[in-house]
Design a protein around this ligand. Structure first.
Ligand code: PHE
Length: 354
């Protein structure tokens, strides 16, 4: 028995993987293992001999099983250590230089714009791209006979003949998110809503799908002055210039009163846009004070609350800031274009506050 113990303890301590341990287990305590064979010998012994040898053999069997288990645990610890050593990863290393993918200018500009407004305390809101015509039009005080409702501009979802329920549309602007935010949170509100919108249009500066950024601020005493400050701050940060000059031009939107389109002073010297100087004006957005009927439609009392809203084209901002001449190329998925105009991951200049 002492020989058996010494032999198996040596073999177990030398085993280098789980398979050889298993082989040893079979060899020692398996059905036809050496210790099991010894146990069969017990039958041939006298009762006195058996009383001595039986417990000893059983103890040896337990000892060997315990040694096998201990060795197995040690082996798997060692395997884990080895795995941790080889799979160790330094997450502080810089990104690979030969990057494969790039961030699309639309994503980049959306991040930039969001970061700037987040700094001013605006939260991000969202709404569906397939919208009921109530949210897209009626609630925004857009009358039934308004020209944008015609099939010319608006994509209507298919309806079976005889289905007289109100139609759904691909939202034509992000303004329906104004109503959804009012319904969801009530006043006061300070949100922006970036997202996709759709209009039947296609030329150098129009694609049937494009991106807008809606802004909405509602409180007890907000005025056009607050709107103007916010937009000036935004333009300064976005175009990265000290001085900007905005021109508020009287306009009309059914959902704001008064309404203004906003132009930015700029120059186009040698085809390069310069913001803040020059004799040109570039229209960048629509805005105004939220119409009382729109507040009511969103469940907010216009006697108590007022606010401003604005809507701008994200794609257009991207074209201006990064000098891309044709909007259609944005959505062609041409790898050469994406490599040329795309951004490296984490290259977000305005994310200073994370
Ligand atoms: N929804 C308008 C558009 O798409 C923009 C806008 C938004 C104007 C909010 C005023 C206020 O042209």
């Amino acid at each position: 028995m002492d020989d058996l113990r010494a032999k198996f303890f040596t073999l177990i301590s030398q085993a280098s993987d789980e398979q050889s341990l298993e082989d040893l287990r079979v060899q020692a305590v398996g059905k036809k293992g050496e210790i099991s064979l010894q146990m069969r010998e017990l039958g041939k012994m006298t009762a006195e001999e058996r009383q001595v040898a039986g417990p000893k053999l059983n103890a040896l069997k337990d000892e060997i099983n315990a040694a096998l288990a201990a060795k197995k645990a040690a082996l798997s610890d060692a395997a884990l250590d080895e795995r941790l050593r080889t799979e160790w990863l330094d997450v502080t290393l810089p990104a690979r230089e030969r990057r494969q993918g790039t961030v699309h200018p639309i994503s980049q500009v959306t991040e930039e714009v969001t970061a700037i407004f987040a700094d001013m305390g605006f939260a991000v809101a969202e709404g569906p791209q397939i919208e009921s015509d109530w949210y897209n039009f009626d609630a925004l005080n857009i009358p039934a006979e308004h020209p944008t409702r015609t099939e010319m501009d608006t994509f209507y979802m298919h309806r079976e003949a005889g289905d007289n329920r109100p139609p759904h549309v691909l939202r034509t602007h992000t303004s329906p998110v104004q109503i959804r935010s009012m319904e969801k949170h009530g006043a006061p509100i300070r949100i922006i809503a970036p997202g996709r919108v759709y209009r039947a249009d296609y030329d150098q500066t129009h694609t049937p799908m494009f991106h807008q950024l809606e802004g909405l601020a509602i409180d007890r005493d907000l005025s056009m002055a607050n709107l103007k400050w916010c937009l000036e701050e935004f333009c300064r940060a976005f175009f990265e210039v000290e001085q900007v000059e905005l021109r508020f031009r009287a306009s009309h939107f059914p959902f704001t009163e008064p309404s203004a389109e906003v132009d930015l002073r700029c120059s186009w010297d040698g085809g390069r846009l310069k913001v803040g100087e020059g004799d040109d004006w570039m229209e960048i957005l629509g805005s105004g004070m939220v119409h009382p009927k729109v507040l009511s439609a969103g469940g907010i009392d216009p006697e108590e609350w007022q606010g401003f809203a604005f809507g701008m084209g994200i794609d257009r901002l991207a074209m201006l800031k990064y000098g891309m001449p044709d909007l259609r190329a944005f959505f062609d998925s041409d790898l050469r274009w994406l490599k040329h105009y795309g951004f490296a991951a984490l290259d977000c200049r305005h994310c200073r506050a994370d």
